[in-house]
Design a protein around this ligand. Sequence first.
Ligand SMILES: [Zn+2]
Length: 597
Amino acid sequence: MSAYHGERYLTLNELYERYQSLADTYPQWIKLESVAQTRAGHDILLLTLSKRTDDHGVTLGDDELLTRSALWIDAGTHAAEWAGVSGALYDVERWIERLSGERGEEAQKTEQRWFSEHAIYLMPLICPDGYDALWGNMPYLRSTLRDKRDDVIEAGMTTHDLDGDGVARWMRWKHPAGSFVEDEESVGLMRGRRLDDDPQNAYFLCMEGSFQLWDGVKWEEAPRPWVEGLDLNRNFPAHWQNFTMFGMDGGAYPLSETESRAVVDTFSARPRIAAALTYHTFTGALLTQPYRKNTPLSKGDIRLMGAIGQQAVTGTGYRVIKIHPDFVYDEDAEVVGVWSDTLSTVFGVPGYTLELWDPFKRNGLENPHPAKFFSDPDPALLRALTEGFRETPNAWSDWTRFEHPQLGEVELGGLDFMMTVRNPPVAELHEELIRSHQVAEQMRRTLPSVRSHLSVQALNVSMRPFAETHDPIETRDPVETRDQRQLYKLSLALENFGFLSTSSLEQGERWSHCPRVSARLQLTGDQRLVSGIQAQQAEHLGGWGEASLGLGGLSPALNAKGHRAVFEWVVEANIGESASLYWSGGRGGAGDEVITF
Ligand SMILES: [Zn+2]
């Protein structure tokens, strides 16, 4: 199996075979499982990348993997955003390359250590049905298919490939009532008709397709809310509301869809996930908080997320954009039901949408207000964007005549939007995935990382004669026990070496399922707790990130939250016996210790 570097886009079968083959080849690092099945019977996969065996090669249980601080990555919320789906695979392949020593011994050692303390959970494709349908002859889909409803009549023009070249391009036919004319400056490009344009030059222009349930008269676009209209990224719990935009909606209620529910169930069952990336296209930007004016996030969390974002995109050419106020389609409309917002406001982790691929930048252009481009595109920018792809292989096709079964003679041609604007042309995919991988690499450096240090100190205290305690053990083995009975001071220090605190964001402390910082002592036999409380909880531990953003040299200060916690006990035990300790370092990890007296 040769490594994948983004040489091309993969079909659903190719993609899933690839993941299966990685899991089969590297079982010591990869666990691949199906977390749900879609309407069409496809698996929604989850890949866990972490050290899965102990030092003796024995496979560890899932509980063991759940103790590790983790990064979440997903892709394919939107069926047509293939670069993101490719990016997730690219990430796994690069990490496996380093883990298996193909990038040298040094890299291998570093990664083996990292992946024995941390995990990466990766959902390769959230909407397999939609993705698969788009590889077939399906009209454009936002996310996934859903059940049709008898009461909704989808009459009108629907997009699909008519001439069998595998691409739904543009379709035009001349008519004096048309709304478009050919652009004077750019051959073949269409522009909006103006009042003084000659009606003889006017065209009707739409996506390649045909009329469904047609009355033979009306040239209208079909409303298609039950097929293409579901936007899964409006179906998540954060600030969910009934929503429609561009003919899309956010589902019947939060998590009404199998796919969104699988995402949230899978994520929440892994509470030590401390940071997250969800891959989309296109804009070439990392989208950050706040999502609205009345955000539930603290100023500190918003600032921290912005700062992580800036460091994550350094060197990639990507921008960091705050959703509010810079990435809203309409300033008065709330952004509702988005997954990355759910990640931060519900689960309290820094969760980012990464919009791969900037088709504007690629053509030397600037698109300062990406969201506005959808609702109100600047015609000059649109022209320049199209011009930029004219020489790209297979991107542009000149208008060619086609005998339409319903309309008679039409012309098909124009830009393949899917492989130019929405996703990079195949030859440019590899370069794009280098960028997104860099962001993923930075993101995993943010994880909280808690290590433990246990000290066991014998106290030099003379014991009472053992007989006076009337301990029943005396009847079993009085002499030996008396000789070896001793007091010990146990001290467990937990220390966070990570950027993020052990709750990730401050918001994490408000999620009731966020793992706490605690320690529990498990004594055996006749061991006795002399002082200290058997199970203890501490405040979350700060990370180094927060203070690093401060005024630094001008007004240096320590973090408001310390990065260490210490738990202490005094125990009476026999020499040579052992006891155990379980500790939890919040989202920074958990572990246990064996104490030998
Ligand atoms: Zn998207």
